[in-house]
Design a protein around this ligand. Structure first.
Ligand code: SAM
Ligand code: SF4
Length: 327
């Protein structure tokens, strides 16, 4: 088992497989001109599999693939299939914007993917285009239907609520849970390296969201299961699906943090909001041993900060954008 200096058990690795994306969400990426990681710097699937294999021997048991948009990288289902066979990996999931999901859901399921998170910030086609700068709402919606149809479970929808942009849709998203076996998760708007300027006053906080949802019916708490991250789970009385509330800004849950992140170019990040990076790619490409890789993992563990600084004067926006970290 892996523990950091603050006695947190670390068992979760989020892997960003690419910094490329087929959308341009305003809070995440500029429309154009974003510097991309050169192809030769991006970890190969062999390199990712080796890292996971070594880290799994030390206590990493939960993996999430993310991006950029993971489904724009060729062969992601094959990567999932290889990761799912690694001893010690008990949970394998994916976060996607859903644009290519209709095409890939069946392959992903067959490859061994169990659960999936789909990011969707508006149920209105015009507003979806305004937020993502692409007219792909219908494709994402069909992707969600396909994920349900092929039996991925749970299917979670992640909504970032931003005041003045989509905050009037909080209730519409919750209504989905009355008809469909989906989990709708509300995530607070966070500062991101490459997004439009982040303003604290634009955050719709989780307490504000919860107060609005409570007007739709009693919110019955659901006890956490072992794969739950920082989300607090509820079911609105009468609903088939669930609600998840994730408030990294208003109620930082750093004391429960169990994760490390791996960037597309092979750096371990110890916190979403810290630019501290530990290079594992240089070990791989210099012919390093598994022991060398384990040592880098321990360096990362020791470097994990106690908490993020978003609500403090010390906070500085990260150099690396969310799309090259994985959110
Ligand atoms: N492209 C995939 C997607 O959108 O699901 C995976 C990568 S994306 C960076 C992962 C998550 O980060 C998405 O749910 C997205 O909404 C979230 N995200 C990106 N920028 C954010 C921000 N500034 N605040 C809150 N969430 C953000
Ligand atoms: Fe792409 Fe996801 Fe960022 Fe949107 S949030 S631009 S889909 S990486």
């Amino acid at each position: 088992m892996l523990f950091d200096p603050f006695k947190r058990k670390i068992n979760y690795l989020r892997i960003s497989v690419t910094d490329r994306c087929n959308l341009r969400c305003r809070y995440c990426m500029p429309d154009e001109g974003i510097p991309l990681i050169p192809h030769e710097e991006i970890l190969t699937y062999e390199e990712i599999v080796r890292i996971v294999r070594v880290f799994a021997t030390q206590g990493i048991s939960k993996i999430r693939l993310t991006g950029g948009e993971p489904l724009v990288r060729k062969g992601v289902a094959e990567l999932i299939s290889r990761l799912s066979r690694i001893e010690g990996i008990e949970d394998l999931s994916l976060t996607t914007n859903g644009v290519l999901l209709k095409e890939f859901a069946q392959d992903l399921k067959q490859a061994g993917l169990k659960r999936i998170n789909i990011s969707l910030d508006s149920l209105r086609r015009d507003r979806f285009s305004q937020i993502t700068r692409k007219d792909d709402f219908q494709r994402v919606w069909e992707g969600i239907e396909e994920a349900l149809r092929v039996g991925l479970s749970p299917v979670k929808i992640n909504m970032v609520a931003i005041k003045g942009l989509n905050d009037d849709e909080v209730e519409s998203f919750a209504h989905l849970t009355f008809d469909l076996p989906l989990t709708v998760r509300y995530i607070e708007y966070m500062p991101s390296g490459n997004g439009e300027e982040w303003k604290e006053e634009e955050i719709l906080t989780i307490p504000q969201i919860k107060a609005r949802l409570e007007k739709l019916g009693p919110m019955i708490p659901i006890p956490p299961d072992r794969w739950d991250g920082p989300a607090r789970r509820y079911r609105i009385q009468g609903a088939v699906g669930e609600i998840g509330l994730i408030g990294p800004v208003s109620s930082h849950f750093c004391d429960e943090c169990n994760r490390l992140r791996l960037t597309p170019d092979g750096k371990i990040r110890t916190c979403l909001f810290s630019d501290e990076e530990i290079d594992v790619k240089e070990i791989l490409r210099a012919g390093g041993s598994d022991l060398d890789l384990k040592e880098r993992l321990f360096v990362a563990l020791r470097a994990k900060p106690e908490r993020h600084q978003i609500n403090t004067h010390q906070f500085k926006k990260c150099q690396r954008g969310m799309s090259a970290i994985g959110g």
